[in-house]
Ligand binder design. Structure first.
Ligand code: NAP
Length: 480
């Protein structure tokens, strides 16, 4: 397991020789002490990325694609090892971690190909002696700041497009999950990625490392996935040097079930969307809006399946719901439950902590709350935990109004069999992603991102690579 920082193609200790401990959230055990990179290390990593940029940019897209594709293959070859590490670091069940490895590799495969389709443009000139064209050029060194909830995929979702575009990159992974990012770095050497093209600086001082990214003129793009609160800080920091930022921030996804929905499919979708990673994903359903005619039947079936979910250490066989990432995460989810109950909601199932043998006190029972109203915290804030608040509605317009009544706009879900309603509601929802009878819409080939306070820019899809490209308009006088 690699636990040292990665710059200029080599692994080394932090300049100050300090380390921080990465712990398994399920049982609190130390997985590894990791190099605690500071501002000097971030500067060294930016130096390495800046030095590698001219030769990486000069390669053809096909040449850049080779190590990216090879890295994807190596990740799949080592899928079991990477999944185990990912599960240890962030607590998600092994089955989910395996899915994440494949998802992470898919961004490298997709962007290896997309790099070959960075087409420019020619524009009809108004002067017959001129030729006008638009070139697309890699913007420079790109920085990435990634969260703990997808320790592998959030790295490759930023790395794939940046490197395919011809940028070099410095990654600052989340303090809780740097080992997965370092494992990718280790495989990148085997994949033949030239030194300095990818650099990884783990550290316990995120703000100081990010400060270096905004200070250094070579860094032309900062991509961040994490909380809306930190995203806003980064927008402010980006102002001084007018650095381009892409932000994938918090969500507050509505999951709307209409009377005509396929009940079994809606319940299965609700489980997949809500309880993945113990509810700790930005696209997890966070509010269930259920039409009155199907409300009681939905709650009864949903609560029965939720009550049977197996809670435990993500690495234990059969676990479906793992721990919360830390004490603060558990406290927030519990506070949302307590607030809802105090204001008149009822737990159809769950609501209390669960003791898991040999584990830390980090587990909450998968919970379904009924009788939820818009006044409750769980209806207004991202819970980021295994809590499903259910609220009844009467008319389609009520559901859309309630769904849009939030500053967030990342993912929304709609369950119905009515084709016209699918179009009306998909158009009316103020969200970047709409899953129609689909709880898991995210794929490498589609644009992922939010509107309103859920972010700026898109990752994935053909759009994802554009974030890393500068447009250059060339006007060429070819005659008199
Ligand atoms: P977070 O606290 O914002 O942390 C995310 C990253 O930002 C980590 O690497 C963190 O480093 C770093 N960071 C923290 N403070 C910083 C600062 N002042 N300056 C620069 N970087 C800083 O978020 P989180 O709790 O890890 O993740 C949960 C949030 O991310 C949720 O709101 C979730 O919805 C959102 N999320 C969004 C998406 C999406 O695609 N839209 C995907 C996943 C998660 P340290 O770990 O070292 O503190």
């Amino acid at each position: 397991m690699q636990s040292r920082l990665f710059a200029h193609g080599t692994f080394r200790d932090a300049g100050n020789s300090r380390k921080f401990e990465v712990r398994n959230p399920a049982n609190g055990s130390v997985i590894a002490p990791v190099a605690d990179g500071g501002p000097d290390d971030a500067h060294a990593a930016v130096d390495a990325a800046a030095a590698a940029f001219p030769s990486w940019r000069a390669l053809t897209a096909l040449e850049r694609a080779r190590p990216l594709r090879r890295l994807a293959e190596l990740m799949l070859r080592d899928a079991e090892r990477l999944a185990d590490l990912c599960s240890q670091e962030c607590g998600k069940p092994l089955a989910e971690a395996r899915t994440e490895v494949a998802y992470a590799a898919s961004f490298l495969e997709w962007f290896a190909e997309e790099g070959r389709r960075v087409y420019g443009e020619t524009i009809p000139a108004s002067d017959p002696a001129k030729r006008l064209m638009v070139l697309k050029r890699p913007c420079g060194v790109a920085a990435a700041i990634t969260p703990w909830n997808f320790p592998l995929a959030m790295v490759t979702r930023k790395m794939g497009p940046a490197l395919a575009a011809g940028c070099t990159q410095v990654v600052k992974p989340a303090e809780q999950t740097p080992l997965s990012a370092l494992a990718i770095a280790e495989l990148s050497v085997e994949a033949g990625l030239p030194a300095g093209v990818l650099n990884v600086v783990p550290g316990s001082g995120a703000a100081a490392i990010a400060g270096v990214f905004f200070e250094r003129p070579e860094v032309r793009h900062v991509s961040f996935t994490g909380s809306t609160e930190v995203g806003k800080l980064l927008i402010r920091q980006s102002a001084d040097r007018v650095v381009r930022v892409s932000l994938e921030l918090g969500g507050h996804a509505p999951f709307i079930v209409f009377d005509d929905a396929d009940l079994d499919a809606a319940v299965a979708g609700a489980i997949a969307s809500k309880f993945r990673n113990a509810g700790q994903t930005c696209v997890c359903a966070n509010r269930f809006l259920v039409q009155r005619g199907i409300h009681d039947a939905f709650v009864e079936r949903f609560a029965a399946v939720v009550a049977a979910l197996k809670v435990g250490d993500g690495r234990a066989p059969g676990t479906q719901v793992g721990p919360l990432i830390d004490d603060a995460g558990l406290a927030k989810a519990e506070a949302h439950v307590a607030d809802a109950i105090a204001q008149g909601a009822r737990a159809a199932t769950g609501g209390r902590r669960v003791r898991v043998d040999g584990c830390a006190d980090r587990f909450l029972e998968p919970t379904v709350l009924v009788g939820v109203t818009p006044a409750m915290r769980c209806f207004r804030e991202e819970t980021f935990g295994p809590v499903a608040p259910v609220c009844a509605f009467d008319r389609e317009e009520d559901a859309v109004r309630m769904a849009n009544d939030t500053p967030y706009g990342l993912a929304a879900y709609v369950w119905t069999r009515d084709g016209a309603r699918i179009m009306h509601v998909s158009e009316a929802l103020d969200y970047g992603i709409v899953g129609v009878n689909d709880a898991l819409p995210a794929v490498a080939q589609a644009p992922f991102g939010g509107v309103k306070q859920s972010g700026l820019g898109r990752e994935g899809g053909r759009q994802g690579i554009e974030e890393y490209l500068d447009l250059r308009y060339v006007s060429w006088r070819i005659g008199k």
